[in-house]
Design a protein around this ligand. Structure first.
Ligand code: ZN
Ligand code: ZN
Length: 197
């Protein structure tokens, strides 16, 4: 099911899957997980990038079926979930062996830095803090290889040059410009896209 929202699943070695954002609503999230053969119960960690409904909307639905996942939210998302441990993120931190949060940037949003053999892959929700700021924050974990997610209105296209993988999703306003500038690096985003690194 396609809709306006963002959600991605990170499968790193030696860790149970990490769900990054939950889309706009629970039925869409759970439907798409079923379609992709992803078991909601198998998710060990849920990370929310920021407090906008198109990223948090599916959270209640997944928590109904998954009773154990650790939950990481940025400090700007005020949420208490009875009986659940919620980790409030301000500074950068390690989530698993290869997965790090940039910390909450500009008081609104956290992104993930994924350590891969090729370098750091940055996973973003809406990039409200700015793509450049997020890449800078992710760079502390290694050389940034690529970026996937919503870039919002970011038009500092210079910051994307040098990257090997650019996947503008969701709220990215300048998708066609980015595709024109980086035809080799760009990967088209959409529901069900699988990237192997
Ligand atoms: Zn969004
Ligand atoms: Zn947003």
């Amino acid at each position: 099911m396609e809709g306006w929202g963002f959600s991605a699943l990170v499968q790193a070695e030696n860790t149970s899957p990490i769900l990054f954002d939950t889309g706009a609503d629970s039925p869409t999230l759970l439907h798409n997980m079923r379609g992709l053969g992803i078991l909601p119960n198998g998710i060990g960690t849920i990370v929310i990038s920021h407090a906008h409904g198109d990223h948090t909307g599916g959270l209640s639905g997944i928590l109904e079926v998954n009773k154990d996942a650790k939950i990481y939210v940025p400090a700007s998302l005020w949420v208490t979930i009875p009986g659940r441990k919620v980790i409030t993120v301000t500074s950068s931190l390690q989530i698993s062996e290869q997965v790090f949060s940039t910390g909450e940037l500009e008081g609104i949003e956290q992104s993930l830095a994924l350590k891969t053999d090729k370098g750091i892959l940055v996973l973003v929700g809406c990039s409200h803090p700015g793509v450049g700021n997020i890449i800078d924050a992710a760079s502390r974990f290694g050389k940034v290889y690529g970026i996937v997610g919503g870039f919002h209105g970011s038009h500092d296209f210079d910051r994307l040059s040098g990257l090997s993988l650019i996947c503008p999703c969701h709220c990215t306003q300048y998708k066609s410009e980015i595709r024109q500038l980086f035809p080799q690096q760009c990967v088209k985003c959409g529901a069900g896209l699988v990237l192997e690194l």
